[in-house]
Design a protein around this ligand. Sequence first.
Ligand SMILES: Cc1cc2nc3c(=O)[nH]c(=O)nc-3n(C[C@H](O)[C@H](O)[C@H](O)COP(=O)(O)OP(=O)(O)OC[C@H]3O[C@@H](n4cnc5c(N)ncnc54)[C@H](O)[C@@H]3O)c2cc1C
Length: 267
Amino acid sequence: MRRDTATGGPPSAAEEPVADATTGSSGRETPNEIRPSARLVSHTPEPETAVALAARLCYSKSGLAEVVAGLTEAETASFIDKLREAGHLSPFEHASFQFYIEGSRAMLAQLTRHRIASYSVQSMRYVAPGRPEYVVPPLVRRDEARLAVYRAQMDQAFAAYHDLLARGVPAEDARMVLGQGVATRLVCTFNARSLHNFFRLRCCRRAQWEIRQIAYQMRREVRRVAPALFSDAGPACESLGHCTEGRFSCGRHRFLGRIGPAPAGNS
Ligand SMILES: Cc1cc2nc3c(=O)[nH]c(=O)nc-3n(C[C@H](O)[C@H](O)[C@H](O)COP(=O)(O)OP(=O)(O)OC[C@H]3O[C@@H](n4cnc5c(N)ncnc54)[C@H](O)[C@@H]3O)c2cc1C
C-alpha cells in the first residue's frame, strides 16, 4: 500500500487528544466537538494499473510480461470503462484504499454494516476520552436552544462516565452511559468494488447526514488518486442512472435525466 502523503499521512499524536482511562481525568474539561471527517491514508500503488493489469490477464494467452507491456494510461482507462460496462467487476477488488475516519458511534454502527471492508476502531475499553468528545448534528448546531440542551446532556453523560470510572467501574462498563453521539476514531480499508457499493448506498440523499458526509469525503479522496476508477461512483441516480429507493425516492434521478449527470466534483 502506498502511504498518501498529499493528505499528510496518518494523523499526528497532537491531533488525537485522547487520555488513558487510568489518568484520573474528571471529564469536566472543555468539550471537544468533533467534525466528522474521512481522509485517505494509503492505497494500492497505481490502483488503476492494478485493476487493468488483472483484467487484461483474463483475456491474455501469455503471462505477466506481455500483460504489463504497453499498458498505457489511455488503455488502462479504456479497460476500466469496458469492465464497468460488462459488469465484470472482480478486477476492481485488486485496488485497496485505507481511510482514517472520525465521527460518532452512530456513524460507526452504519459504516461497519459494510462487511466487505476491514476495520480497526479505537477501543472504549482501553482508551477513555479525557474530556467530552462528541459530534453535534447540524440541525442541533443551527439553533441555540437545541444546542444548549444537547451540550448539557453530553456534559451530564460524560460527568456520569467519569464518576463511574472514579468509583472503580471499568471503562468497558462505564461507557454504557455515553450516547450514540460520542466520538470515535477508526481506520478502515475498502477495495474499489466495495467502495462503489458503499458510495451507491451512502452518497444517496436517503442516507443519514453524517455517513453521507463521510462517504462524499471518501469519494473526493479516491477520485484524486484514481479518477478513472471512480468517475461514475456515487448514489444510484448518478452511477446507475436510475433510483433504487422505490417509493422513498427523492426524485433526483428524474432531474439528472433532464440535465445530465452531476459534475464529478459534486459533494
Ligand atoms: C438509506 C439506508 C437505510 C438503511 N436502513 C437500515 C435499517 O433500517 N436496518 C438495518 O438493519 N440496516 C439498514 N441499512 C443497512 C443496509 O441494509 C446494509 O446492511 C448496509 O448498507 C451494507 O450494505 P451491503 O450489505 O450492500 O454492504 P456489504 O456488507 O459491504 O456487502 C456488499 C455486497 O456483498 C454481498 N454480500 C455481502 N455479504 C453477503 C451475504 N452474507 N450474503 C449474500 N451477499 C452478501 C451483497 O451483494 C452486498 O451488497 C440501511 C442502509 C441505507 C443506505
